[in-house]
Design a protein around this ligand. Structure first.
Ligand SMILES: Cc1cc2nc3c(=O)[nH]c(=O)nc-3n(C[C@H](O)[C@H](O)[C@H](O)COP(=O)(O)OP(=O)(O)OC[C@H]3O[C@@H](n4cnc5c(N)ncnc54)[C@H](O)[C@@H]3O)c2cc1C
Length: 483
């Protein structure tokens, strides 16, 4: 086994078996191969997969890993799109799916205590019984775990109105690299008690500790919602419409943008659920009463018509709205069908720009795609400025990868220059690491110092974020000659 310093042997495997039992770990090659993937373009095989059941078990495992200097990569559902859960230095993958309990809900105090391995939709199914919800709504809601969401500060369609995962964390429990168990934060709505360690853990991508339990703040679920499908001749017009809706002021529950490439892909694969046009927005409004919904939908219609929409379709019909939403959610998988030999790959896939800069950013992305002769689809949660640009390439073609990387580097430069970020929701992992270092240059010495203080032996998800070196075209999951 590859470890940092000491060889991991049967002795270590035996001591981990004592903690988690015979069924709580695997060193079988098929399991190891499987746990070497997440949903990104990367792969690397770990040496052991361990599935703890309690915070105490995590602590005991970390004590062994710390003593023996074994890399440990915490893993949720493996739905990450930038390689954050790929164990590039081998070692132990700590898979959290057996820690999936919803432990306590206090309606009076507006919090829920939940284990890190609980799936997002399962938590919401429980909260819904009480009239509450945990709003971030990532596209991977059916699979991703709340621990993975905290570790990446995940968000989704509803972030513009309700915020990201970070905005719902009151406190959490995590295990440090040396096995110490830390409970941080509170179960109060307000907390001004010094350093906010729970906030620091949010977005740490498994590099600072293993999150085992989280206390989330509860919020009520709005009773009514409706949507409007607005079609445009250009993405620039769609971008202007989004900025104008917000300037009204009206904060929609969600506002999804799709460009021509995305629309074509979905219509091809899903039997034309969307109008054929160059761009569209699906705007959702929500609230407590029918009057609010009707009023807000009318505003959306008026703004869309006033910003050059070629068709505007308001709807209160849940089936019709679900058809639009499903179409939007299927962009990523549909893109691969555009060209038979191609895949849609996540290279620059979730940049954030100020909302007012969305039209400028999208125009620049189109010019960059032309310059490098690559197919780029742009879609996303445009009312919070979060844009997805998936690239459709032949993953066995070295030249296409290299052109793709040059294109995304320019895309990142554009976003940073517009006052944006290289990642609005998926995190840094591997694919965004070099540009993350560029974007956060002035924070880098503090980031390095924090990592050193929390993980002095560098065993937690080593080699990621600021530790990534060289090209991102390594550890690819695809067979590609020359890479
Ligand atoms: C189809 C699809 C749609 C998606 N849509 C969205 C979207 O709309 N919004 C969005 O934000 N993301 C989206 N994603 C990306 C991904 O689902 C999110 O980043 C999600 O939060 C990852 O959760 P996970 O449980 O799968 O974590 P993983 O992928 O397993 O891990 C992600 C990172 O978190 C760390 N981690 C996981 N669990 C823990 C833990 N308990 N303690 C410490 N670190 C931990 C890992 O080490 C890794 O660095 C999408 C992915 C797919 C495949």
């Amino acid at each position: 086994m590859r470890v940092l310093g000491v060889q991991m042997d049967q002795r270590i495997i035996d001591s981990i078996e004592k903690i988690v039992g015979k069924n709580g770990y695997s060193t079988k090659s098929a399991d190891l191969y499987t746990y070497g993937f997440d949903a990104s373009i990367f792969h690397n095989t770990p040496d052991m997969v361990v599935q703890p059941r309690t915070t105490e078990e995590v602590s005991e495992i970390m004590k062994i890993a710390y003593k023996e200097r074994i890399p440990v990569v915490p893993r949720g559902a493996g739905t990450g799109l930038c390689g954050s859960a790929v164990p590039i230095k081998g070692g132990i993958v700590l898979a959290m799916q057996r820690m999936d309990k919803i432990k306590n809900i206090s309606i009076a105090d507006l919090w829920v205590d939940v284990e890190a391995g609980c799936v997002y939709n399962d938590l919401n199914a429980e909260l819904e019984k009480h009239g509450f919800f945990f709003p971030p709504s990532p596209g991977s809601a059916e699979a991703c775990q709340v621990g993975g969401m905290v570790a990446t500060n995940a968000s989704g369609m509803r972030a513009v109105k309700y915020g990201a995962t970070r905005d719902f964390i009151l406190g959490l429990t995590f295990v440090k690299a040396d096995g110490e168990i830390v409970r941080c934060g509170t179960r109060t709505i307000k907390d001004a008690s010094g350093y906010q360690l729970a906030r620091l853990m949010c977005g740490s991508e498994g590099t600072l500790g293993v999150i085992t339990e989280i206390t989330f703040k509860l919020t009520t679920k709005p009773k009514k919602s409706a949507s409007c499908l607005c079609a445009f001749d250009s993405v620039m017009d769609a971008g202007k419409c989004i900025a104008a809706i917000i300037a009204k002021p009206l904060i929609p529950a969600s506002c999804e943008l799709m460009d021509k490439v995305s629309i074509e892909a979905v219509n091809k694969v899903r039997g034309n659920p969307l109008p054929n046009c160059n761009a569209l927005c699906i705007v959702e409004v929500d609230g407590e009463t029918d009057e609010i919904i009707t009023r807000d939908l009318k505003i959306v219609e008026e703004v869309a018509n006033g910003t050059g929409a070629i068709s505007v379709t308001p709807s209160y019909d849940k089936k019709e709205i679900a058809k639009w939403t499903d179409a939007r959610k299927s962009v990523m998988v549909s893109l691969a069908a555009l060209k038979p030999e191609c895949s849609s790959v996540s290279l620059a896939d979730d940049m954030g720009v100020p909302v007012s800069q969305v039209p400028k950013a999208v125009k620049a992305f189109q010019e960059i795609a032309e310059k490098y002769n690559v197919t780029i689809a742009t879609y996303g949660h445009a009312s919070d400025g979060n844009l997805h640009t998936k690239m459709v390439i032949d993953p066995t073609n070295k030249d296409e990868w290299e052109r793709g990387v040059e294109a995304v580097n320019e895309i990142f430069d554009v976003c940073i220059a517009l006052g944006g970020t290289v990642t609005g929701e998926h995190g840094v992992g591997i694919s965004k690491a070099p540009n993350f270092m560029k974007e956060r240059a002035s924070e880098m010495s503090s980031i390095i110092a924090i990592k050193k203080a929390m993980d002095p032996e560098n065993i937690l998800n080593p080699g990621k974020l600021n530790q990534w070196e060289g090209s991102i075209l390594t550890n690819l999951r695809y067979p590609c000659k020359g890479l």
